[in-house]
Design a protein around this ligand. Structure first.
Ligand code: HEC
Length: 148
């Protein structure tokens, strides 16, 4: 084997292992969703709005459009109280946003990191339901002001 094909082969292997690692992270997040979230939010994220569990399906990403929304998603009791580590919670949130919330996430979404989750967990506001109401009002204002 000459050098060029060897380098190409090496790059291919690096690329493949990157893909596999990404897949493993997503699989773990999906499993954690099933274990810790699905009981209330349903497998497809549609929840049970009539029982106070909002649908996240193609909607939850809208919260990322207002300043406190990113923190809020990490501070609701379901996300806050999982036994998962900050890193696992970040991966879980990223999975929820890019799968269940896919059609709603804004362009340029920056994935949550373990440090983000750590910070948000250390600064949870007292009134989460009040925060949700406030965020929904802000979102309404943004949408009224937008082109659509
Ligand atoms: C015991 C039921 C329950 C479980 C389990 C649960 N949630 Fe929730 N979740 C809710 C309710 C109810 C809300 C609405 C906000 C509130 O009242 O806390 C909510 C809201 C949310 C929101 C914000 C969506 C919105 O429209 O306000 C996110 C994000 C979320 N949950 C993620 C998760 C994740 C991730 C898990 C699993 C780690 C999880 N939840 C587990 C009940 C639950």
């Amino acid at each position: 084997m000459t050098v060029a094909p060897m380098i190409r082969y090496g790059l291919l292997l690096v690329g493949l292992s990157g893909l596999l690692a990404g897949g493993a992270v997503a699989d773990a997040a999906k499993k954690n969703y099933r274990l810790h979230c699905m009981g209330c939010h349903q497998l497809d994220g549609t929840g049970s709005p009539e029982n106070g569990i909002p649908s996240m399906r193609d909607e939850v990403g809208h919260f990322l459009r207002v300043p406190e929304g990113r923190a809020y998603l990490s501070q609701v009791p379901g996300t806050l109280n999982t036994p998962l580590s900050d890193g696992e919670t970040a991966e879980l949130l990223n999975w929820v946003m890019t799968n269940i919330g896919r059609a709603s996430i804004p362009a340029g979404f920056k994935p949550y990191t373990a440090d983000d989750v750590k910070t948000y967990r250390a600064t949870v506001p007292q009134d989460i339901p009040g925060m949700r109401v406030r965020l929904l009002k802000q979102l309404e204002a943004v949408q009224i002001g937008s082109v659509r």
